[in-house]
Structures are given as structure tokens and as C-alpha cells.
Write a protein that binds this ligand. Structure first.
Ligand code: 3UK
Length: 541
């Protein structure tokens, strides 16, 4: 397949063929042409079909039709290619809260043959720098409201040459540049297996990993779970909380609605109160959010029953049976649970409303196969907890990363989850097999929080674990050993929490801090996190 990439960085840094997962394309809807640009399929196709006048994106005070989104994306593609010297294959960092211009930028990058690199709005300069360095980012499109941390990072990043800001009115803004260009653009004729998206995930070590996704993967993910499980209609109105930088949000709030010609509501702030208002105000019918939000919003069942909401998707962490029951009771709606992963792009095990089973995530999504295996990769009988292994049309490709070997073995993707199956083929979530903390839907790696804490002068050493929590699934709990002469206590705990919030994204701060005399370590000096878990269990008995 002829690549359109002039900059071959992505192709050069793919995992070696022997380390890649096996890809499955048996379904008729997974037959892709050699040349494919996913922006043509998801966006331009609707305008060509005569649906350009249909509403595509809504936000407070904004309504864009498909034709309007296409025009903005085309102008952005021109700015990138002409003004900013982008060549196909370059990486473009995108930074904004969920809003219409972010969506337009995403498509602008894809149309121009660039590779989109999303970043979580809460990330700070240190974290942005790691992403820019890893992805060798050359261009950035950034919401003016989030300019500061990126500007600080950019100063320390020699690869990042061109930066434009949007959602502001200055003469040097992206919008001003867009007006100097035409409203049509001939999409770069990318190969189906050209990378178009680098999705970062912090994984277990805190050293960010970049997962690589092709144009074909974007279309594959739209062809599997949505039509087989979600079954959205063109008149559906999507809404939700996950950032577009998180593939859960990218799929649920941009790719899937556009794939069926529906509309999407993008909210910059999507905490439960804003989500509730948005559902009512925009007549949203399909909601994407995490289990904690369902738990909180369940208290507003009376108001929710008066809205048009009909489908509710939960992912990011395990959905407790109690939350499913609470939501059903409050709203009458059965939640569609689904496990996805950044490596897999989106959901691969799920159940629709009619086949949902409390406590189970669901069955394997058509297009994928999944099994529960022992440490040697042998399939385990129903009822036995083991490692979840999956394969399908999408799969893990880490950009230049040794950890590829642990995620992919013998062609199977290992998500790091412990699962069991039941006699009917349902998959039941058990736990993470590693030390990733998942708190309120956010992935937090213990070592990253430890790093941040240890930068404080009062901290001698520390160990961080995920402690079970009713509301958030897990919370970040830190065990801290103070330097001699430092006083433990609430004042110190508060100071350390504040300190962490200043250096890394605030959601990663330790909500619980315990002071101890020494950390449990192995003879070789390795921190024994499992002992901290034991300690925590002792304390909370
Ligand atoms: C956990 C779940 C139980 C699980 C994601 C939907 O969460 C997403 O991607 P991440 O890379 O994390 C992946 C890990 O999160 N998980 C996700 N969903 C569930 N555990 N039940 C669930 N329903 O440990 C998994 O390995 O952040 C989710 C779509 C796209 C995504 N990227």
C-alpha cells in the first residue's frame, strides 16, 4: 500500500512485525480499500450525500452543520499545509477542552495527512513535554484558554516548531489564518495503514506510552461496537464527559455520532451538573460517561426522566452492579457497559440494554475474540479468574516502546485485567493485574505520584497505591516517610497534597496520606506495593 507520509516517523517506529498483535478482518464491514482517509468517510461523505445541512456539532451558543464543520476543517488543513509547512506524517498536538474548534482541528489534521496527538486539558508543562518529545511533535493547535502550560513546555521542546491558538480573536489566531484560505480541500490520499492518531496512556510506570492507530483502525472501531451494540440512529444527539484526547471520548463524542450522521454536544465542562443541564438543554439521547458520574447523577432521576435520554454508556472502569441498579431505578434506563482500552482504541466487550447482566461487562463485540487465560496463555474454564486476552481489527502498537512485548504475546492483546467468564460467555471483571490506579475514570500511575511527592523537601520516600473507594472505584493513597525533624500531621498532609497538585495534573493528587516510619522493600531494594495494600486493608478492617 503506498503511504502518503512524507515524514516516515510513525512507520519507522512501529513495533516489529513479530511483536504486533494478530488483526482480524473476517466481517464484511471490515473490508477496507488500500487508500483510505477516515475524514472522507466520517465527514465529507455526509456533505457529498446531500446531508451537509444536518446539524453535526452543538455547544453552548454554537450549532454547526456537517457542511460548516467540513468547511472549518478544510480551512484548518490549508493553514497547516500552507502556512505552517506541515507535511503528511508530521505530528500535530491538539490541546483544548471538548469544544467545536477542537473537533474541527482534529479533522483538519487528518485531512492534511497529519497525525493527531490529543492531550488531556489538565496536563501540565512537564507532562506535555514528555508527550512532545516522545511523539516528536512538530506542530500544535491550542485553545487560547489552555495556552500557558503548553507555552512553558514548548520553550523546552526543540521539535515543536509551529504553534497556533484558537478560540481567540487576535490577528495571529488560527481563525484569522483560516479566513485567508479556501473552504474546500482535497484530502491527502493516505494509505489505510498510515497512522493518523497517537493516543497516549500513562500505563503503570508513569512513563507515557503512545498507542498508534491507522485510518483503518478509526473506521474499524466505528464498524464494530456502535452498530452491533449501541445501535445509534441519525437523529440521535450524543453527549458525555470524557475528553476527546481519551479514545473513549474521541469515539463516543466524535467518531461514532459522525459515522451515522448524528449530532454531538461538546461541553467544555462536563461535571454532573453541566452534564445534566446539557442533556436537558440539547435534547441529548445518548450519554457517554464513567460509573461515578452515573452514581452521582442518579440522584436527579426525576429531571432525567423528563429528558429525551435513551441510551447510557459506561466505560473506563468496572461498573458496580449497585450503580447499574441505582441508575435503572432512577431513570428506567439499563446502562450499556463496555470495556475498552487506549491500545484497542475502543470497546471490545460489552452488552446492550436487553442482554446486560449485573456484575458482568458483557460478551465479546462482533469482530473481536476474547478469552481468559493462565500465565502461560492457556485458556481457562468458565469460573476461573485469569488474564484477559483479546484480538480483533484493532490492537496494540506502542510507538518505540519495549512494553509492546508485555501487552502483546502470541498475537493476543493482554489488557492487564483479571477476568472470568461464565457458562453463557459473559466476561466478569475481577481486578487490574498491575498497579494502575483508576480513580473516577482517570488512569493514574503510582510511580508518577511518588515522583511528584518525593520532590517535596520534607519527603524522604513514599509509596502510592490505589485504595478501594465506594465512590471513585479507587483513590490515590500515599504512604509517606518524612525526613528527620519533619512533623507528621494534617498540616503536612495538606501541604503535600497541594504540592502534588502544583506539579502534575490535580486529579492525580493523593486523597489519602499516611505517615509511616519505613517503606516495605525487597532485599534488592524494590518497593513492595502489595505490602502497602495489605497495610491499607489492615487499617480499614
Ligand atoms: C479499565 C474497565 C472494567 C480496564 C477506554 C472505553 O478505559 C479506557 O481506556 P484506558 O486505556 O484504560 C483501559 C483499562 O481501563 N476499564 C475500562 N473499561 C472498563 N474495567 N469495566 C469496564 N467497562 O482495566 C482496561 O484495561 O484508559 C474505555 C473506550 C476507550 C478507552 N480507551
Amino acid at each position: 500500500m503506498p503511504t502518503a507520509h512524507v515524514d516516515t516517523f510513525a512507520r519507522d517506529n512501529l513495533p516489529p512485525a513479530a511483536e504486533q498483535p494478530q488483526f482480524l478482518f473476517a466481517l464484511p464491514e471490515l473490508q477496507f480499500p488500500a487508500q483510505l482517509n477516515c475524514a472522507s468517510e466520517l465527514l465529507d461523505r455526509h456533505v457529498a450525500d446531500g446531508s451537509g445541512g444536518r446539524v453535526c456539532i452543538r455547544a453552548p451558543g454554537v450549532t454547526w452543520t456537517y457542511a460548516e464543520l467540513q468547511e472549518k476543517a478544510n480551512r484548518i488543513a490549508h493553514v497547516l499545509a500552507s502556512d505552517l509547512g506541515l507535511v503528511p506524517g508530521n505530528r500535530v498536538l491538539l490541546r483544548a477542552p471538548n469544544n467545536p474548534m477542537l473537533a474541527a482541528c482534529w479533522f483538519g489534521v487528518i485531512k492534511a495527512g497529519g497525525i493527531a496527538v490529543g492531550t488531556m486539558p489538565l496536563l501540565r508543562a512537564k507532562e506535555l513535554k514528555a508527550i512532545i518529545d516522545k511523539a516528536q511533535v512538530s506542530h500544535a493547535l491550542c485553545d487560547a484558554a489552555l495556552a500557558d502550560e503548553l507555552r512553558e513546555a514548548a520553550a523546552a521542546c526543540p521539535t515543536l516548531r509551529r504553534l497556533r491558538h484558537f478560540n481567540h480573536a487576535g490577528p495571529d489566531s488560527l481563525e484569522a489564518a483560516m479566513q485567508r484560505h479556501g473552504a474546500t480541500f482535497a484530502n491527502v490520499d493516505t494509505a489505510a495503514d498510515d497512522t493518523c492518531l497517537l493516543a497516549f496512556t500513562s500505563g503503570t510506570t508513569g512513563v507515557p506510552k503512545a498507542t498508534m492507530h491507522f485510518h483503518r483502525d478509526i473506521m474499524a472501531t466505528c464498524a464494530c461496537w456502535p452498530p452491533h451494540v449501541l445501535r445509534p440512529q441519525p437523529d440521535d444527539v450524543f453527549i458525555g464527559s470524557p475528553p476527546l484526547a481519551f479514545t473513549f471520548g474521541l469515539g463516543g463524542l466524535l467518531l461514532f455520532p459522525l459515522a451515522v450522521g448524528a449530532s454531538t454536544v461538546l461541553l467544555e465542562k462536563a461535571a454532573p451538573p453541566q452534564l445534566l443541564d446539557g442533556i436537558a438543554q440539547f435534547g441529548a439521547t445518548v450519554l457517554f460517561t464513567a460509573p461515578t458520574t452515573y452514581r452521582t447523577l442518579a440522584a436527579r432521576g426525576i429531571e432525567l426522566r423528563r429528558t429525551r435520554l435513551r441510551k447510557c454508556v459506561s466505560a473506563g472502569e468496572a461498573l458496580p452492579a449497585s450503580t447499574r441498579a441505582l441508575w435503572k431505578e432512577a431513570t428506567g434506563i439499563e446502562i450499556i457497559d463496555g470495556i475498552g482500552a487506549t491500545e484497542m482504541l475502543h470497546i471490545f466487550i460489552s452488552a446492550d440494554e436487553a442482554s446486560a447482566r449485573p456484575g458482568a461487562t458483557g460478551k465479546v463485540v462482533p469482530g473481536y475474540v476474547a478469552r481468559v487465560v493462565d500465565d502461560d496463555g492457556n485458556e481457562l474454564p468458565p469460573g476461573t479468574v485469569g488474564r484477559l486476552a483479546v484480538k480483533g481489527p484493532t490492537g496494540c502498537r506502542y510507538l518505540a516502546d519495549e512494553r509492546q512485548k508485555s501487552y502483546v504475546k502470541d498475537g493476543w492483546n493482554y489488557t492487564g485485567d483479571a477476568y472470568l467468564t461464565d457458562a453463557d460467555g459473559y466476561f466478569h471483571y475481577h481486578a487490574r493485574t498491575d498497579d494502575m490506579i483508576i480513580s473516577a475514570g482517570y488512569n493514574i500511575a503510582s510511580p508518577e505520584v511518588e515522583d511528584a511527592l518525593m520532590a517535596h523537601p520534607a519527603v524522604a520516600e513514599c509509596g502510592v497505591i490505589g485504595a478501594a473507594d465506594e465512590e471513585r472505584g479507587q483513590i490515590v493513597k500515599a504512604y509517606v516517610v518524612l525526613r528527620p525533624g519533619q512533623a507528621a500531621g494534617e498540616a503536612m498532609a495538606a501541604e503535600l497534597q497541594q504540592f502534588v497538585k502544583q506539579t502534575i495534573a490535580p486529579y492525580k493528587y493523593p486523597r489519602a496520606i499516611e505517615f509511616i516510619d519505613a517503606l516495605p522493600r525487597t532485599a534488592t531494594g524494590k518497593l513492595q506495593r502489595f505490602r502497602l495494600h495489605e497495610l491499607h486493608r489492615e487499617q480499614t478492617k
